[in-house]
Design a protein around this ligand. Structure first.
Ligand SMILES: [Zn+2]
Length: 321
């Protein structure tokens, strides 16, 4: 397990940085993105990522990390353990859990809120980590659509658009909007550094045991081609014990697992034969508009531009995907 950035995340390849100087044309933009994210056919290669073949057959069908703004299929609050979010799929802007409680409710140090349904297992995990002298604190938990917009914008200013895409999620695309994701740091650490968490006692403990408490590391080391994000050893998403166990057993990343289980055309065809009742309904928004040409033009609006409140920028820099 290696860290992919000594302090704050690096900006990826040099060509990604070039786009940072922003306000490039849409054509240049999409070229840069295609290069940076491997959208041109070949899987996006990272230092560790397998390219083709291997045990993960489903990877072949997993959609590429295409920047788009399609509403994800499972987007009701009750779908918290099924909702797939990536560069393409997003939540409605108005998606906001109504049962958020401070993480202190789970006896965890740090700040932020999570959905109530996370508390019991989070408490148990925190207790076990503490017992193993590997205590952690929460540095960031629920983030609204608006906060995520500011978060992404601050990373964009730092890393450029292509760099920011691998380090942060555009508004609507973040697991933090679910209210079930937490970013951790070692308890007692006041460092703003993200990198290196996997080498702390808390980091190694969490990597080994979090699944037992229903948490999954959404973006494991060496899986950028699958997850679309850099390694984030500190980012955990609660999916419940059964799903976390199944994900671990599958050897897949959460994105692959959710895709295969709930989203792939094959799964959906199977489910169509077995009607699921009214569960698949839409929530507050109608599906936008996505052009399914396979073209990878960046979408207007979400995640771009310089509209983030500057007063927020500083704290936003402490937050990631
Ligand atoms: Zn995170």
């Amino acid at each position: 397990m290696t860290s992919q950035g000594p302090t704050t995340p690096d900006g990826g390849p040099v060509r990604s940085r070039r786009s940072a100087r922003g306000r490039v044309t849409a054509v240049a933009f999409s070229t840069v993105l295609a290069l940076a994210l491997g959208l041109s056919g070949a899987p996006a290669a990272t230092a560790h990522a397998p390219t083709t073949g291997g045990a993960v057959v489903v990877g072949k069908k997993l959609p590429k990390c295409r920047v788009d703004d399609k509403l994800t299929r499972f987007r009701k609050l009750k779908h918290w353990d099924k909702t797939l979010l990536d560069h393409t799929l997003r939540l409605p802007k108005a998606y906001a859990p109504k049962d958020l409680v401070p993480v202190s409710r789970a006896g965890v140090a740090g700040s932020g809120s999570v959905r109530k349904l996370v508390v019991k297992d989070l408490r148990a995990m925190a207790k076990a980590a503490k017992k193993a002298r590997s205590a952690f604190a929460v540095r960031s938990a629920y983030r609204s659509y608006a906060t995520q917009r500011a978060t992404f914008a601050s990373w964009q200013r730092k890393l450029g658009y292509a760099g920011a895409l691998k380090a942060s999620a555009r508004a609507g695309h973040s697991e933090h909007q679910l209210g079930t994701a937490i970013d951790l740091r070692a308890a007692g650490s006041t460092s703003s550094r993200f990198a290196g968490f996997e080498k702390t006692r808390a980091g190694t403990w969490v990597a080994k045991h979090a699944w037992k408490y229903g948490f999954v590391i959404s973006y494991p080391a060496g899986t950028t081609a699958k997850t679309c994000y850099k390694f984030e050893p500190w980012h955990l998403r609660y999916v419940g014990k059964n799903t976390a166990k199944a994900v671990r057993k599958s050897g897949l990343t959460l994105r692959e697992y959710l895709w295969r289980t709930h989203e792939s055309p094959k799964t959906r065809a199977k489910q169509r034969r077995k009607p699921r009742g009214s569960d698949a309904g839409r929530e507050t928004e109608t599906a936008p508009t996505s052009i399914s040409t396979g073209a990878s033009l960046p979408r207007r609006g979400v995640g771009q531009g310089r509209w983030a409140a500057t007063s927020r920028s500083k704290s936003s820099m402490l937050e990631r995907s």
